[in-house]
Write a protein that binds this ligand. Structure first.
Ligand code: BGC
Length: 770
């Protein structure tokens, strides 16, 4: 077999001792193998390794690659995206390993974002669990399933910090905070890659979208980004760096520009920062067609784009085929050096080596394994548990929730009996048919003493333009042909016969994710009208939300008895929603993005600066930083989330209040479960430095701990604070800390914290002369 030829050739080479000169990398075996292989490659074959083609069922842009199979045979393809299933992958892989001259295996990339066949909640929801261990577990299961289905490379984690909920892709990230974002980035890389990429159940991670993609102006996808270096270092770059530090095998350059140069042509970003400063060892792939898109950005023709991208540090070209087309002539004319091509090729071959593809190009994937490992009962069980932990209870007046397992429930809303939307925006290879609707979940959990009366009540949207757009891209939403009035009337009729109304409302999955920016982030008008009619009945209304971004919910918060944010919960969404509604699981999720009162407040985020004229609640003062028509504070703050029990916080106690140098400060707080049910609380630590050489955020998250408490139980929660927690980027972009006063804040969300102050100096004050 051809794949074995490579290994045998390599062993021979090792034995003859004729190793070629190696770059300074840590694995001599890999170096020798790759060098030998490269010594036998033509320049065209090397450029072929840099070519990533879209072949298959799913595309997120125009399909630009034709005659893929012929190219694979010619050694002109290094990787494909969107091909999976053992059959499809094995077919293409065997073309590469058996019918191309050198038999170099392909990478198989795919957007495995929050599960492969067993779909977990969308990433924004996962982040609300504040549980990196749990998120790692979801990524591990995703990797096991994806690799069993022919995938060896996932375009995840997406770690873009986002402060603008108009941007649909806020759904794909971990929210607005760099500290939490970094923890989650690491957890996901660990989950995908495990300890050893060579294991058949590991997939290589791809950190995206490098960088700052989440800061698109006005929240419009693919839009311009403009940001100071100090802001990017402090707030936007840490999660990418954490993923790189965790050993992510690849990084994806983003669509946006940075400092006037698109990421895919930005040498500062891809070489100075990523390679020189962060010591990234893997390879860089562009986002879909991003090399060519540099022309539209205004960087010149495609040939110029290819040159820019190669010189910036892009190793692999996703679908534009610009490298394949122009690199040979750029090399021939001396505009690109051969050593650059060699370096990019080497990085890609190294990734293949680490994945063990030269030994087993199929990465242990067989049809039998896929049958055994996809969508297993254990994976579904994990998906249910993980979904439960991702929900956020936003309101619960007079303990309307949990519901009793008796009586009559009016279950209404376009998402009450829906399965098609539950996988969210980026459920990749998942199928909606096995997903559990809320209606089915309630029947599974509630028991026979509960009667459910169901009415759809409204379509997802009645906006003809929005509907047409979504349907044009195959993201159609089932449309009930009855008039809105008829549908509302039916819902009111069931509400009249019920003890409580559960309204399951929100966005459609096509309204979130890529290319799904919205300027109005409220519930669609027709759903809001349904909700208003239900509220007017006087029956208690529980609003169960499904959506992929913070919504503006000011009216809903004022009128519904309870609001449970369930995002898009994945395959087991309905069961998990029912578990929480009936109290089988006590909700514990906390928001990782701020919920604004209205769109005019955007961007609104907890770690903002103070300004020279902060508004401190004195409404008689006009000349302060405030709006005339809406308060400054959000509807729901970062870190916020209720439980069916309540948690009481004692005062914050410090081990000392004057610290010097490398000392450690212990900050403790007693947390008591003051309610009648066991529950889990995420205790959050924030730090502020009111005076420094540059302005600081009003507070920054620096730690969190989850504690599970029985009713009446008290636990002392202690955080260790070291000078590392005090560091920030100064105006020279040095990452260091400065002596001064620090406010230590601890509590259950970013807006309700208890605080104490400490002084921390770099050096002891000189002794006073008498
Ligand atoms: C998206 C990426 C994705 C890629 C491949 C692009 O349009 O921006 O996030 O990984 O397509 O599907």
């Amino acid at each position: 077999m051809k794949e074995n030829k490579l290994i045998l050739g390599f062993i021979g080479l090792m034995m003859s001792g004729c190793l070629l000169a190696q770059p300074p990398v840590s694995d001599p075996q890999m170096d020798a193998f790759v060098s030998d292989l490269m010594s036998r490659m033509t320049p065209e074959e090397k450029i072929g390794q840099l070519n990533l083609l879209a072949v298959g069922f799913d595309v997120t842009g125009p399909v630009l690659s034709k005659d893929a199979e012929a190219k694979i045979r010619q050694g002109l393809v290094g990787a494909v995206l969107n091909t999976y299933t053992p059959e499809a992958m094995r077919k293409l892989q065997s073309l590469a390993v058996k019918e191309s001259r050198l038999g170099i295996p392909l990478l198989f990339g795919y957007d495995v974002i929050h599960g492969h066949k067993t779909i977990f909640p969308i990433p924004l929801a996962l982040s609300c669990s504040w549980n990196p261990g749990l998120i790692e577990r979801s990524a591990r299961i995703a990797a096991t399933e994806a690799s069993a289905d022919g995938i060896n490379w996932t375009f995840s984690p997406m770690v873009d910090i986002a402060r603008d909920p108009r941007w649909g892709r806020i759904a794909e990230g971990a929210g607005e905070d760099p500290y939490l974002g970094a923890q989650i980035a690491r957890a996901m890389v660990r989950g995908y890659q495990g300890d050893d990429l060579g294991r058949s159940n590991a997939v290589m991670a791809c950190v995206k979208h490098f960088a700052l993609y989440g800061a698109a102006e006005a929240g419009r996808d693919y839009n311009t980004v403009d940001m100071s270096r100090i802001k990017m270092c402090q707030y936007y770059l840490p999660p990418y760096q954490a993923a790189v530090d965790a050993g992510a095998g690849s990084v994806m350059s983003s669509f946006n520009e940075i400092d006037g140069v698109p990421s895919s042509g930005n040498r500062w970003l891809l070489t100075d920062l990523l390679r020189t400063q962060w010591r990234f060892q893997g390879f860089v792939v562009t986002d879909y067609d991003a090399i060519n898109e540099m022309s539209e950005h205004g960087m010149g023709d495609f040939r110029t784009d290819a040159e820019l991208a190669m010189k910036a540090g892009v190793d692999m070209d996703m679908v534009s085929e610009t490298y394949l087309k122009y690199l040979p002539e750029l090399v021939a004319q001396g505009e690109i050096s051969e050593s650059m091509i060699n370096q990019a090729c080497r990085r890609i071959l190294e990734a293949k080596f680490k994945l063990g593809l030269f030994a087993d190009p199929y990465h242990g994937c067989t049809a039998e394994r896929a049958r055994r490992e996809l969508l297993t009962p254990e994976n579904r069980k994990a998906a249910r548990e993980i979904a439960e932990q991702s929900f956020v209870l936003l309101k619960n007046d007079r303990q309307l929730l949990p519901l009793k397992k008796t009586g009559v429930i009016a279950l209404v809303g376009p998402l009450a009996d829906d399965r098609q939307n539950l996988l969210g925006c980026c459920g990749g290879g998942g199928d909606w048919q096995p997903a559990v609707s809320v209606q089915t979940g309630i029947s599974n959990v509630a028991g026979s003493a509960v009667t459910i009366l169901h009415a759809k009540g409204a379509n997802l949207t009645d906006d003809p333009m929005l509907r047409a757009t979504l349907q044009a891209f195959g993201e159609g939403i089932p449309v009930d042909s009855r008039s809105p009035e008829e549908m509302v009337a039916e819902a009111l009729a069931v509400a009249a016969r019920a003890d409580v109304v559960v309204a399951v409302l929100g966005e459609s999955s096509g309204m979130i994710g890529e290319a799904a920016s919205r300027s109005d982030i409220g519930l669609p008008e027709n759903q809001k009208a349904l909700l208003q009619a239900l509220v007017e009945t006087g029956k208690p209304v529980v609003l169960v939300l499904m959506n992929g971004r913070p919504l503006t919910l000011t009216w809903e918060a004022g009128h519904c008895g309870a609001i449970l944010e369930t995002w898009f919960g994945g395959t087991e969404a309905g069961n998990a929603v029912a578990d929480v509604l009936f109290g089988d699981y006590n909700p514990s999720g906390k928001l990782t993005t701020t919920f604004p009162r209205n769109v005019g407040q955007i961007p609104i985020y907890y770690n903002h600066k103070n300004t020279g004229r902060p508004y401190q609640g004195d409404s008689a003062n006009k000349y302060v930083s405030r709006y005339l028509d809406v308060p400054n504070d959000p509807l729901y703050a970062f870190g916020y989330g209720l439980s069916y029990t309540t948690f009481a916080y004692g005062d914050v106690k410090l081990s000392q209040t004057n610290l010097i140098g490398d000392q450690t400060l212990l900050a403790s707080v007693a947390v008591t479960n003051a309610g009648g049910r066991a529950g889990e609380e995420t205790v959050q630590l924030y730090l502020s430095q009111p005076a420094a050489s540059v302005t600081r955020s009003v507070e920054d998250l620096c730690g969190f701990q989850k504690v599970r408490l029985r009713p009446g139980e008290t636990r002392e929660v202690t955080f260790r604070i070291t000078p590392d927690n005090l560091k920030f980027y100064n105006d020279k972009l040095e990452y260091d800390w400065e002596s001064g006063e620090f406010i230590v804040r601890i509590g259950g969300d970013s807006a309700s914290l208890k605080s104490v102050t400490a002084r921390w100096s770099k050096q002891a004050a000189p002794a006073k002369t008498p």
